[in-house]
Design a protein around this ligand. Structure first.
Ligand SMILES: CC(C)(COP(=O)(O)OP(=O)(O)OC[C@H]1O[C@@H](n2cnc3c(N)ncnc32)[C@H](O)[C@@H]1OP(=O)(O)O)[C@@H](O)C(=O)NCCC(=O)NCCS
Length: 174
């Protein structure tokens, strides 16, 4: 596994982000009911929950030797000030099951700990139609189910989203 560098996705990365999304059409189908569309990268960069400030959302890329290996959609202060929400962590299909997903999550947690020191909890949702792929991975990263579940609908897809959280270790301020 090559060394990973995490940084913000920039306008020049949009093509690589679209390529990453299109590399795993099964994921998009499992969470939207449809295959990827031509504007999915642009939508990922723009979409955020209603009421959340624009600068509270970042889309990060994990790069190995300048190639985009994984993309992460991350929200600061959602749904409360002390929580960061991972909307997406996706590894390019060519690079899955080689350690990059876990390494990317490790970098994301470090990013949150240093850039957003008020955050105490990492949170995310796994939808049942994607559970076989995502649940084992997130448990391995230290997340546990909160027991909360929500109906999840996207166009014609109707399933259930289950919430997972991980508490961040107390930071030593001294
Ligand atoms: C889920 C995903 C990010 C995992 O990334 P990855 O690079 O394939 O995972 P890694 O190789 O880093 O695996 C990390 C650990 O999780 C485990 N793991 C990965 N996928 C797993 C699965 N489907 N079931 C059980 N465990 C799994 C690995 O065995 C590994 O364990 P280890 O640390 O003991 O070796 C990747 O499959 C993906 O992008 N899927 C499509 C998008 C998606 O579903 N994202 C999650 C929802 S937001």
């Amino acid at each position: 596994m090559a060394e990973l560098v995490l940084r913000l996705i920039e306008p020049g990365d949009v093509g690589a982000l679209q390529d990453l999304i299109e590399s795993d059409p099964g994921y998009t189908e499992r969470v939207t009911g449809n295959p990827p569309g031509a504007a999915d990268a642009q939508s990922l960069l723009m979409m955020r929950p209603e009421g959340l400030a624009q600068d509270a959302k970042v889309v990060l890329g994990a790069f190995a030797e300048e190639q985009l290996v994984a993309a992460v959609d991350l929200l600061r202060g959602f749904p409360n000030d002390r929580t960061a929400f991972i909307g997406l962590l996706e590894v390019h299909s060519r690079h899955q099951r080689r350690g990059y997903g876990g390494a990317t999550y490790g970098l994301v947690q470090r990013y949150v700990e240093s850039a957003w020191p008020e955050v105490r909890t990492m949170r995310l949702a796994v939808v049942d139609t994607n559970s076989d792929v995502a649940t084992g991975f997130w448990l391995r990263q230290g997340f546990t189910p909160t027991g909360e579940e929500r109906p999840y609908t996207y166009d014609k897809l109707e399933t259930t989203a289950r919430l997972y959280e991980k508490q961040l270790p107390e930071q030593d301020g001294s």
